[in-house]
Ligand binder design. Structure first.
Ligand SMILES: *[C@@H]1O[C@H](CO)[C@@H](O)[C@H](O)[C@H]1NC(C)=O
Ligand SMILES: *[C@@H]1O[C@H](CO)[C@@H](O)[C@H](O)[C@H]1NC(C)=O
Ligand SMILES: *[C@@H]1O[C@H](CO)[C@@H](O)[C@H](O)[C@H]1NC(C)=O
Length: 604
């Protein structure tokens, strides 16, 4: 198989599709149209600054090492600790984020063509149908600097230019992840090399420059700031080559900090949680076959971890510089600052080498912090939110109506709205992935591979008051179920034969199999859902409207419907992209709807 080196370099970003489950009582179409504005914006459209880091974790404590982000954002804003990406890899995650649609609806499912990357974003018609364009239509000036998508290159950046930006200065492949050899491309100018300068520092100056530009005009502004930290450093040795020989094409190394940060945290190590390089294998499919890492490997990964924390220091300073300028310009009263990342990261958990693309919490549950007028300072929100909720949230802030094809819904920002949403908001996340996983660290074992195939899966997270599950079906038809209430580190896959002894006799008061049957049906809906069905999937199964969450669905009168009648999620084979005929039964054609009073009997 021949792949371009550019595409391979982009292999770091996968989106987990978070499907939202909805416990809401609202009629189905009531949430089109703007929701009430957060207090303090006094009717004027607020400015919005969106900071998007790359591969930043929530679970490996990265936010504990950035005191200025804490000072300006966490202490002055709300941290959404149950925020999820829906595909845990860069390009699909970013496309979902900028369109409000799950990867199976954008069909940008990979970092490189043919299934992903900037060319796929363009060929799917999304360059004329994404957030910056809608914001301009709503009266905003829009600016962006940093990484937009993978496979957005020094060769194709003008084929066509990314639309929707009044000012842009993009990092381009194959130099996107080269911390000391980046190339940026401004507006319609030629790409320019910044060799020798630190990419995040270059980007900070560009971001401040756009802020200066933005305040010259009366219109409200949106500024996207997307530094590459703490992504691994990637150098492309050759632009074209053999996929089987990726080592000759692409060199992954730990991220490279600015010189002034290189000495920091000499003794820090990856948190030694129970799932760090565990004695027993865990997970499913290829993850379960991983060997325990050697001490040499662990030492290297600890170094990798420290390099991530060090590169994040430049982001910390960028944020400080931004707030200094926002304060000096008197903009804090009317500006929302949103901080998140495209997807998470793992290092050593479940014996995994540094990377993402998995469905574990480290990869999908990621930082989201929002500060702005009316947002409660220093709060931690527990509601479930996902990347496909962000475009709806931003459009809502801009006072523009939600779009009918959004697969998510606006995130409540005020404390009172957040509290109210605790009982009405979706409780699920749709997670999906296609293709391969990449090991970004050093390969120690002789048989260890840089790229791991058959990493195609569908999954969901579901978090209610008395349950907290991750459920997945892989293209190999391996299954996973973790009960995160009793197993927060996801060490016991209750659907693996080795873990039978761990399976509880009853789960939520019913048999284990009954819970699994409901989760599988929910996944059946979510894996191909569109628009509102992705937000309220139980409604697709129970159009009568009497089932709003997992708890309701567990009712014994639905046992036959879920246990016997509904088809199960399965795959016919493993594909690298969204090839429908490999993905088993489809709810739209093969699924059953529960009809009131009957067991299943009709499907219209
Ligand atoms: C920003 O771009 C939009 C869309 O092209 C345009 O209407 C607007 O005038 C531009 N703003 C400025 C300050 O040029
Ligand atoms: C991928 O999965 C298929 C089953 O769908 C299996 O036959 C094949 O051996 C697997 N390949 C790898 C590289 O794991
Ligand atoms: C997604 O894109 C791929 C590559 O172009 C194509 O083969 C596939 O059929 C598309 N999937 C869907 C569901 O449209």
């Amino acid at each position: 198989m021949r792949f371009s080196g550019l595409a391979v370099a982009a292999a770091g970003l996968h989106l987990s599709v978070v499907a939202a489950q909805d416990g809401s009582q609202k009629p189905l179409d009531s949430n089109y149209g703007p929701s009430p504005k957060p207090e303090g914006t006094s009717g004027k459209q607020p400015n919005i600054i969106f900071i998007l880091t790359d591969d930043q974790d929530l679970h490996l404590d990265s936010l504990d090492y950035t005191p200025l982000i804490k000072k300006h954002l966490i202490d002055q804003g709300t941290l959404y600790r149950r925020h999820y990406c829906t595909t845990a890899v860069c390009c699909p995650a970013r496309v979902s984020l900028w369109t409000g649609r799950l990867a199976h609806n954008t069909n940008v499912t990979d970092v490189n063509p043919p299934y992903g990357g900037y060319p796929k974003f363009v060929s799917q018609g999304l360059n004329s149908n994404y957030l910056p364009i809608w914001l301009q239509e709503a009266g905003y000036n829009t600016y962006y600097t940093g990484k937009l998508f993978n496979a957005h290159t020094i060769f194709n950046y003008h084929l066509p230019y990314a639309a929707g930006w009044n000012g842009s200065d993009f990092l381009l492949d194959p130099f996107t992840y080269s911390y000391l050899g980046s190339r940026f491309q401004r507006n319609k100018e030629w790409p320019r090399s910044y060799k020798g300068q630190h990419s995040v520092d270059v980007l900070a100056e560009k971001a401040y420059g756009f802020l200066d530009d933005a305040v010259k005009d009366d219109r409200p502004f949106f500024i996207g700031i997307a530094p590459v930290a703490p992504h691994s450093n990637v150098e492309i040795a050759s632009l074209d080559g053999d996929f089987d020989n990726i080592e000759d094409l692409v060199h992954f190394t730990p991220p490279i900090p600015a010189a002034r940060h290189a000495h920091l945290f000499p003794d820090v190590k990856v948190p030694r949680t129970p799932h760090f390089n565990p004695d027993e294998p865990s997970g499913a499919n290829w993850v379960r076959r991983l060997k325990k890492q050697s001490q040499e490997n662990v030492d290297y990964n600890d170094h990798f971890y420290r390099q991530r924390l060090r590169t994040l220091q430049s982001v910390d300073e960028l944020v400080d510089g931004l707030f200094e300028r926002l304060g000096a310009k008197g903009l804090l009263e009317n500006t929302f600052i949103i901080y998140t990342t495209d997807n998470g990261y793992h290092i050593g958990q479940h014996r995994l080498q540094p990377g993402k693309e998995c469905g574990f919490e480290e990869d999908i549950n990621i930082p989201l912090i929002i500060r702005g007028p009316g947002v409660a300072p220093g709060k931690i929100a527990e509601i479930v939110t996902t990347h496909v909720d962000l475009a709806p949230t931003i459009l809502n802030l801009a006072g523009a109506p939600a779009r009918a094809d959004f697969d998510g819904e606006a995130i409540p920002l005020r404390e009172k709205e957040i509290a109210a949403a605790a009982t009405t908001r979706h409780e699920h996340v749709t997670v999906e992935y296609w293709g391969f996983a990449a090991s970004e660290g050093k390969l120690f074992g002789k048989d260890e591979k840089r790229l791991i195939l058959n990493n195609t899966y569908k999954a969901l997270r579901i978090i209610g008051e008395d349950y907290n599950f991750y459920y997945s079906v892989w293209c190999t038809n391996d299954h996973e179920l973790y009960d995160l209430k009793t197993d927060p580190y996801q060490l016991h896959n209750l659907l693996h034969s080795d873990e039978e002894a761990k399976v509880p006799a009853t789960f939520l008061g019913v048999s284990f199999d009954k819970v699994v049957s409901r989760l599988d049906a929910l996944l059946f809906v979510l894996k191909s859902c569109k628009a509102q069905t992705c937000v309220r999937p139980w409604h697709a199964l129970h159009p009568a409207g009497n089932v709003l969450n997992l708890r309701d669905a567990l009712s014994e009168r639905f046992d036959y419907f879920y246990g016997t009648q509904q088809k199960k999620v399965s795959y016919d084979r493993c594909e690298l992209g969204y090839i429908i005929d490999s993905e088993g039964p489809q709810f739209e054609t093969d699924g059953l709807v529960y009809r009131h009073g009957a067991r299943w009997d009709e499907w219209a």
